[in-house]
Design a protein around this ligand. Structure first.
Ligand code: FES
Length: 61
């Protein structure tokens, strides 16, 4: 499912970024080689990343 329509980024990409240590949404964009645009996806992207951190036991700095 797409989370960020501006950059065509899927939830799997945000989950992978969180699992790999991205600790916020801007870091996830950077990890995906994308830049935030409208910002409408931030809340959903953050939620997806928080869930991934919990599932993978990634500590939040
Ligand atoms: S939907 Fe993600 S920046 Fe616009």
């Amino acid at each position: 499912m797409y989370v960020c329509l501006c950059n065509a980024l899927k939830c799997t990409q945000f989950k992978a970024a969180a699992k790999d240590g991205a600790n916020d949404v801007p870091s996830a964009f950077k990890a995906c080689g994308a830049k935030p645009q409208c910002g409408r996806c931030f809340e959903e992207a953050d939620r997806v990343m928080q869930t991934a951190r919990i599932q993978h036991g990634v500590a939040v700095a």
